[in-house]
Design a protein around this ligand. Structure first.
Ligand code: PGA
Length: 258
């Protein structure tokens, strides 16, 4: 991806459990992020905090995203979130297909339906893909290829402009992760993802798509993923995005890297 802002997204998952802390953390991140010209910061809090945080957005450098959105805009869907309502609130981004949602039963078909509807509602989608395990025979590449192809089935090259891919190998996510991926693991995958997408959407559209890395990102390893060795266009950060200091350091690192 050529001379584009780095995209640093924070996925707060089901945190914090003290409501007033959500605003506090967000304002801390906003203070840092709004000074950085080369970074697009996106915070995806639990849905119950989206509205409150959205009210605290000013400017474009630090925005709010949602962690999921339904494939329909309204109706009898208890507990679900309408992408149309998100758009009407001014939200611009939604994470779809996170591995924790896939583990809770979300299929490729559901992810695809949600993605099509999110784009129809003018949301930019952070589409998560990633294998459960790394094997020696390259089957992990097939897993990621299948997720990408299935999720983008009915999309055209223009739609792809509303998609950001987040490569998040499941073995590298969360407190139980053995380790983060290496920059080399990531680099191979960035090229692979663009290759898979270029087959269907053409080289130009595929090269423009940002690929983020997620899985045990912190302020010690962020630089390697964003630098030439890793080749990511940004990061999807879980645990470290709830720590204003550490996340702020990651934002500064991203702002420095050209
Ligand atoms: P982690 O989570 O940074 O806590 O590993 C990343 C994610 O699941 O998005």
């Amino acid at each position: 991806m050529i001379s584009m802002k780095k995209i640093i997204a924070g996925n707060w998952k089901m945190n914090p459990d003290v409501p007033k802390n959500a605003k506090k953390i967000f304002l801390g991140i906003k203070k840092k992020g709004s000074t950085l010209r080369n970074v697009q910061t996106i915070i995806a809090p639990p849905h119950i905090y989206v509205s409150q945080l959205q009210d605290n957005v000013s400017g474009h450098r630090v925005l709010v995203g949602a962690q999921d959105a339904h494939n329909e805009n309204a109706g009898a869907h208890t507990g679900e979130t309408s992408p149309l309502a998100l758009t009407r609130m001014g939200v611009k981004y939604v994470i779809l297909g996170h591995s924790e949602r896939r583990a809770a039963g979300e299929t490729d078909e559901t992810v695809h339906a949600k993605l099509v509807n999110a784009i129809a509602n003018k949301l930019t989608v952070i589409l998560c893909v990633g294998e459960r395990e790394r094997d020696e025979h390259g089957e992990y590449l097939d897993v990621v290829r299948t997720q990408l192809v299935n999720a983008t089935k009915k999309l055209n090259a223009r739609d792809l402009g509303k998609v950001i891919v987040a490569y998040e190998p499941i073995w590298a996510i969360g407190a139980k992760a053995k380790r983060a991926a290496s920059p080399e693991d990531l680099h191979e995958m960035v090229i692979f993802i663009k290759k898979v997408l270029s087959k269907k959407f053409g080289r130009d559209a595929a090269l423009r798509i940002p690929v983020l890395y997620g899985g045990s990102v912190n302020d010690q390893n962020a630089e390697a993923f964003l630098g030439p060795k890793g080749g990511a266009d940004g990061l999807l950060v879980g645990r470290a995005s709830l720590d204003v200091q550490v996340f702020g350091n990651i934002l500064e690192i991203a702002n420095r890297i050209k």
